[in-house]
Design a protein around this ligand. Structure first.
Ligand code: ADP
Length: 397
């Protein structure tokens, strides 16, 4: 069954057409600079040359129409008719407390996505626009929403509540929701498959370490805690996000720099993290190069990143009262043997031991702990698109 995966950002639209029978990606691509000058579609069909179309895209509707044209293109296309697409799976950022599973989109679902605009102001509006554009371009083809928050809905109240006056939780739903759920779900399930752990008696920590980074504690396949909160700002140090911070810092910067709360939040989201600390780049590779060249700020940023990840792992071992497996995924987790090593050096007290050969391992699924390690440590490449395709398939088959 061919499933089209759509991931809409404020000015971008990423897509993949996946055959769920073979797991093959028939085509993938991105529309960039939607609604601004210099719009561009880059289409990569399997086994064929890349197609680049530079043409104004005033909104996501035009972008979806261009994606459909590319998929159906005589030379660069991969299907002959729209009917060869069985369903569309949309990545939607925020589903609040309403959705813990993927859902077939109807008017009610669209209303809830809209109600969550305040909770996901950068993502939910373009997500909804993308859904409406696909409904118009592919009438009658089922559309499914897969929420980034869904996997974390199993967290117990003690883990998701903030210690703020109850009325804000009740009035506005201010609590921790967690994100990257599709990745945490996919990677933890895959770990259960390859580790031979008993799915009903297992404690796994998933470290999704990329430009956006989060970590989750998964007991018997269910999330019991995760590091991101009401928004993706909380938790680990990320490419440009600060992660955990004393809320007093917001007030202090706002007063000293005469900035609004929104402006300070923008700084914490877009100019902080590895970028802000190193003053070099948000890209972990650049920060590492700078450290090797003797840059002190880059060294501290790298050390602080590793330290924060290790602290979270320690706290989740306590939350789960044990750990069977630790899994690394996403850009840094999959590719950076040194960071994995440094993180695991903090975990010697748990009996974690890594193979030396893991230093060179990149982007491949593997067990990287030694046979006598008390905790199994894995690298499992994440595949959010395939996971969304599989979840969509299970709803529409
Ligand atoms: P996102 O999906 O959140 O944008 P990714 O999961 O793609 O992020 O991760 C991007 C990050 O992964 C970048 O900061 C990049 O530096 C890092 N990364 C990718 N490859 C490597 C590598 N070989 N070594 C170290 N870091 C890497």
């Amino acid at each position: 069954m061919n499933i089209l995966i759509i991931n809409c950002g404020s000015s971008s639209l990423k897509y993949q057409l996946i055959d769920t029978d073979t797991k093959a990606v028939l085509a993938k691509g991105i529309c960039e600079r939607i609604g601004i000058e210099g719009s561009k579609l880059t289409h990569e069909p399997k086994g064929k040359d890349e197609l680049v179309v530079e043409k104004p895209m005033k909104d996501h509707q035009v972008a979806v129409d261009m994606v459909m044209k590319a998929l159906l293109h005589e030379e660069f296309g991969v299907i002959k008719d729209i009917s060869e697409i069985s369903a569309v799976g949309h990545r939607v950022l925020h589903g609040s407390k309403y959705y813990s599973d993927p859902v077939l989109i109807d008017e009610n679902v669209k209303k809830v996505i809209e109600e969550c605009f305040d909770l996901g102001p950068l993502h939910n509006p373009p997500n909804l626009t993308g859904i409406k554009a696909c409904e118009a371009a592919m009438p009658g083809i089922p559309q499914v929403a897969v929420f980034d928050t869904a996997f974390h809905q199993t967290m117990p109240e003690k883990a998701y509540r903030y210690a703020i006056p109850n009325e804000y939780y009740e009035k506005y739903g201010i609590r921790r929701y967690g994100f990257h759920g599709t990745s945490h779900s996919y990677v933890s399930k895959r770990t259960l498959e390859i580790s031979g752990l008993d799915p009903n008696n297992s404690k796994i920590i998933v470290a999704h370490l990329g430009n956006g980074a989060s970590i989750s504690a998964v007991v018997n396949g269910k999330c019991v805690d995760t590091s991101m909160g009401l928004t993706p700002l909380e938790g680990l140090i990320m490419g440009t996000r600060s992660g955990d911070i004393d809320a007093g810092v917001v007030q202090y910067i706002a007063n000293k720099e005469k900035k609004s709360v929104d402006e300070v939040l923008d700084i914490l989201n877009k100019q902080s993290g590895m970028l802000g600390m190193s003053e070099i780049s948000s890209d972990f590779r650049d920060v590492y190069k700078a450290e090797v060249a003797g840059n002190h700020n880059a060294k501290v940023a790298n050390e602080a990143f590793v330290y924060r990840v290790a602290k979270y792992i320690g706290s989740y071992v306590a939350a789960m009262n044990g750990i069977d497996a630790l899994v690394f995924t996403a850009g840094v987790g999959e590719n950076d043997g040194l960071k994995r090593w440094e993180i695991c050096e903090y975990l010697g007290y748990l009996g974690v031991k890594l193979e030396d050969s893991q230093m060179k391992l990149r982007g491949e699924e593997a067990l990287i702990s030694t046979p006598d390690s008390k905790v199994k440590v894995y690298v499992v490449p994440t595949n959010e698109e395939l996971s969304i395709a599989q979840q969509t398939y299970s709803l529409v088959k």
